[in-house]
Design a protein around this ligand. Structure first.
Ligand code: SF4
Ligand code: SF4
Length: 279
């Protein structure tokens, strides 16, 4: 089992990564390559090419023995290194043990209801997360997982036993469209949604709306039908595509209008979803 994982960042207090106030932990590395990725610097692990080192204006990056080292006490968060990197990676990643992450969570424990792990794709690190969540549950906190649903989670019994709830992205209900958008198909994602709902562990399903790229109406219609058939109370979050922070290829894609989003919300409700949220 891995003793350390690459942590892209830890947000001590988040109100947008699940219910209540939560500490959100973003792991590095993803098996999708979404055209509209909003965190492209979390996709790949750093290959220590050193390209970003020269561009840091405050010398917070150094190449030592062939590895990039990041000094967070010097870093100003200017993002210049992320703009320089051609690998969809970041030099600002920490390798952390379960105990080190627990120590961070301990600092916020009194003010949060739980933690959420996100990414990248956090479920690529299931053995590590299982250990982490055991510790977090002993602290009396809830455990949520934000996932692209690409790993057959229903087969991971010990992991499931320590996860309270999942939030699953269903980016498209059409195999080919999902493949073209992410690099992988959607059949495992849909099976995860079914299985997790049947286990009572599906908190939320999310779909990003991107005009001129996806068949948004079909995706919302199919996803709503699926949720309604499983448990109409499961939250369906319909997310407005925003160009801010996305990778270069899709910067020019337009955001959906408010009118379009309201129509999609009405469609989801007509199909039987009772908790539809626009973001
Ligand atoms: S974000 Fe930090 S490490 Fe990256 S270039 Fe800016 S100061 Fe340097
Ligand atoms: S973050 Fe990117 S540019 Fe910097 S060393 Fe790693 S791979 Fe190279």
């Amino acid at each position: 089992m891995m003793n350390k994982v690459a942590v892209n960042r830890i947000i001590p207090f988040s109100s947008v990564d699940g219910p209540g106030n939560r500490t959100a932990i973003f792991l590095q590395g993803c098996n999708f390559n979404c055209l509209y990725c909003h965190n492209p610097e979390t996709i790949n692990h750093c290959n220590h090419c050193g390209r970003c080192v020269e561009t840091c204006p405050v010398e917070a990056l150094k190449l030592i023995d062939g590895k990039v080292r990041w000094d967070d006490t010097l870093c100003t968060g200017c993002h210049q290194c992320l703009k320089t990197c051609r690998q969809n990676s970041s030099p600002r990643v920490k390798l952390m043990t379960v105990d080190e992450i627990i120590e961070e969570i301990n600092k916020t424990k009194a003010f949060i209801s739980g933690i959420t792990v996100s990414g990248g794709e956090s479920t690529l690190q299931i053995p590590f997360l299982t250990q982490l969540f055991k510790g977090v549950k002993e602290m009396g906190l809830t455990t949520f997982v934000d996932t692209n649903g690409s790993i057959p989670l229903w087969e991971e019994e010990s992991f499931l036993s320590v996860v309270d709830q999942f939030m699953v992205d269903l980016k498209s209900t059409h195999q080919q469209e999902h493949l073209e958008l992410t690099g992988l198909g959607c059949s495992t994602v849909i099976e995860n949604i079914k299985q997790l709902a049947n286990l009572g562990k599906l908190y939320e399903v999310r779909t990003v709306i991107v005009p001129n790229l996806l068949d948004n109406k079909r995706n919302v219609e199919n996803t709503s039908k699926l949720i309604a058939s499983l448990n109409p109370e499961i939250r369906y979050k319909i997310i407005k595509y925003r160009a801010l922070g996305v990778r270069e290829g899709l910067v020019e894609a337009s955001s959906p209008t408010d009118e379009m989003l309201l129509e999609l919300k009405a469609l989801a409700e007509e199909e039987g979803c009772r908790d539809v949220v626009l973001v």
